[in-house]
Design a protein around this ligand. Structure first.
Ligand code: FAD
Ligand code: NAP
Length: 341
């Protein structure tokens, strides 16, 4: 039987730094412990929250129920044909540390995704993405604990139905699976992906023409540092809103009023809007109300200057949503998962 802690403090386990406690807190290293913890929680009829590093969550008040922190570790090569390698990484590994380790092992594909906070196990939930690369570009399969069947099963990348910052874990199968191992298909040869202007511009400024994997990795770290707040210094959960996807028709109409609109074609019939640009244009960049604020360098990020509550952050988010809706007719959607507000 795994042990648990009562009234565990989660202040350092959510990147907004909200001061909340969990009625019961389990830290799980083995799959057998996971199974018995879930049985125990079921017997107590307690709700359960699976926690990674809390960097995409809003914990609004003390959790009346159980929190399971997935803390298994390990990186193992499962197959290698000289050009491609399947590597299995435990869900409890830190994403960035694992990406660094894989780079050191000469395995490529994660360079543009370096420095994203959080665990390996949470990465498939919203199909993490940055600088033109998504997890789904290199995900081979997952080993997950299926709470319906009470056993570990394998899911292929196709089973996960990955979309833009989306998957079955956020939609049709929310709450059913606990991700235990992530299997990635990585390359031994490095092919840079420099489609994002910010990255290309940065490398040009550094006079780097054909960047190595290490140079791209380092550049991503430096660019992110300039634009994104470090949660250890300033509480935040990264992008607070999703980038809206709109139809070509709506895009055409918006361009008539806003010719400088920042947008990218997604499919033949849809466009993605930069939500940060919409918020900035509505006048919110750098706005502060008590300790709840809009980050000065990137309007898509809401920050906690110290003592803001989840309620205050969500009230600010509501005002932003309302004003963007009034100005552009676009309904913004909050990206992080909201618990117990
Ligand atoms: P948590 O916040 O702990 O959990 C997120 C969700 O996943 C919750 O619903 C939780 O229940 C569920 N979950 C966690 N682990 C498991 C598991 N093992 N099995 C099943 N469910 C689980 N995201 C991007 O996509 N791209 C970025 O570039 C990016 N940059 C960021 C920058 C900053 C400064 C911050 C603070 C966040 C950023 N994010 C970004 C968001 C965040 O880093 C990712 O969503 C990350 O994957 C969350 O990992 P986590 O371990 O903190 O998950
Ligand atoms: P940025 O590079 O200033 O770009 C602004 C927006 O334009 C982004 O939302 C990005 O979409 C989009 N974009 C830029 N160039 C593009 C291109 N060539 N093709 C398609 N879309 C393009 O963004 P940023 O705020 O500094 O963030 C950099 C990257 O890190 C982005 O990919 C962003 O998604 C990621 N990030 C994510 C989070 C999070 O919590 N989800 C937090 C911080 C950073 P995309 O967002 O679709 O890439």
């Amino acid at each position: 039987m795994p042990c648990w802690t009562e009234q565990a403090d989660l202040t350092n386990q959510n990147s907004f730094g909200f001061q909340v406690k969990a009625e019961r807190y389990y830290q799980i290293h083995q799959s057998s412990e996971l199974e018995s913890a879930l049985k125990d929680i079921e017997l107590q009829q307690m709700p359960v929250l699976i926690l990674g590093e809390g960097s995409n969550l809003i914990l609004g008040k003390n959790i009346a129920g159980a929190v399971i922190s997935i803390a298994n570790k390990g990186i193992n090569i499962l197959a290698d044909n000289g050009e491609q390698v399947i590597v299995e990484i435990a869900a409890g590994e830190n994403w960035h540390q694992a990406s660094l380790r894989l780079l050191e092992m000469g395995l490529h594909g994660l360079e543009n995704l370096a420095f994203i906070p959080g665990t390996m196990g949470a990465a498939p939930i919203q199909n993490i993405g940055a600088y033109g690369v998504e997890l789904s570009d290199c995900l081979h399969s997952l080993i997950v604990f299926d709470r319906q069947q009470s056993e570990l099963v394998q899911l292929t990348a196709k089973d996960c139905e990955f979309g833009y910052r989306n998957s079955i874990f956020k939609s049709s199968q929310q709450g059913r699976y606990i991700i235990w191992q992530v299997r990635l298909l990585l390359n031994t040869k490095f092919t840079p992906i420099l489609s994002y202007q910010g990255l290309e511009r940065y490398l040009t400024q550094q006079q780097i023409q054909q960047p190595s994997a290490e140079q791209v990795h380092k550049a991503i770290g430096e660019i992110r540092q300039q634009k994104l707040p470090n949660p250890i210094q300033l509480g935040n959960a990264g992008s607070f809103f999703e980038n809206p996807i709109i139809s070509s028709e709506q895009h055409k109409q918006l361009l008539l009023s806003y010719p400088e609109l920042v947008s990218y074609q997604e499919t033949e019939d849809s466009y993605k809007l930069a939500a940060g640009w919409l918020i900035e244009q509505a006048g919110w960049k750098g706005y502060r109300e008590g300790d709840a604020a809009v980050y000065t360098e990137q309007a898509l990020v809401l920050v906690n200057y110290g003592n803001a509550s989840a309620k205050q952050i969500l009230q600010l988010a509501d005002k932003i949503k309302h004003s963007v809706s009034q100005k552009f007719g676009i309904e913004l959607k909050i990206e992080p998962r909201i618990y117990s507000v």
